[in-house]
Ligand binder design. Sequence first.
Ligand code: GLA
Length: 386
Amino acid sequence: MITLYSRSILLLTALIFFSCGRKSAQKDADETPAVTRMSQAAFSVMPDGRKVTLYTLRNSNGMEMSVMNYGGIIVSLKVPDRQGRVEEVTLGFDSLSQYIANNPYFGALIGRYGNRIGNGGFTLEGQKYKLPTNDGTNQLHGGPKGFDKVYWDIAAGSDSASLTLTYMSPDGEQGYPGNLSAEVKYTLTDNNEVRIDYRATTDKPTVVNLTNHAYFNLTGDAAKNSILDHSLEINASHFLPVDEKLIPTGELTPVAGTPFDFTTPHRVGERIEGDDAQLKAGRGYDHCWVIDDPDGSLKPVAILTEPQSGRRMDVLTTEPGIQFYSGNFLSESLVARHGPCAFRSALCLETQHFPDSPNKPEFPSVVLKPGDTYNTTTVYRFSVVE
Ligand code: GLA
């Protein structure tokens, strides 16, 4: 079975390379730039026997992104530095069993609800919904078996630069109403952009908040370097303070004069140990910033730069919020591809609606109704600085 499967994968890969190779040979002759190419390889098999394939997109600048069916996870993302050295900038594991056993959401698609919903439930249109909890009394990242742990079908785009992942979440799954049909498209462009388009439809009123939980360390060596020397800028003049359970209090607090002010670039480590009640509550940064003037269009919201490698990552999104999580729960007891995961050796910039919005009518709505389409986009754009 497996041999037959690997053989057909090999054949498919060869065919894809052959046709892409032909295309790029023609393109070279025409002196137009080469395009992103896709290849695939068997990664593993799910405990229930379903095949997990690793799809790899490569662009004309040597940038590479690999994605698998389990959790729709970005397993690897390799990006050139200032010298053109292409290195890994995200955390990941080598094997599926490690992802299944204990993954703190490395590279995963998060749904149905990114971040926390307090008190394990919410009320929608007069009906109470109870959610299975997995973070004390909260539900975190869609519950004990969120979208990060389900099998996504993957179809390669005809442009060979994109992958479309689909998952049908049945009515009642992890406590949420409605059959939710989710679609996530990953594109790697020749401008060194990872573009993620999220879409969803439902057959009953429900709540949705999808994101990706990639952990970044732009140095290219998470074994040696923390993220404290990365420099961060966030276009947000307010953030959401949290209570002791990391649920937003509902207030929008101005960042001015606080360690949360990233309206100009600051080293992540500059103020992280400061005497600040919110930093203590989050064990560091683990908060949602309120993007200035969101209007649903794709806007630049954050810039992360790393001085040693020169790598720069711009985050653009249509979302009204961005969760900056400084890797405060990482610990060396977790061993990933690069080795033990030291405290704050990677950070996340999760674009999203606000945490606990289903219980906070004053926050932008996360309600999706039958007939409407949930539609958001986030772009991680890579470049280098001198
Ligand atoms: C999010 C949360 C954090 C933590 C991580 C996963 O960023 O805000 O508190 O749960 O995910 O470890």
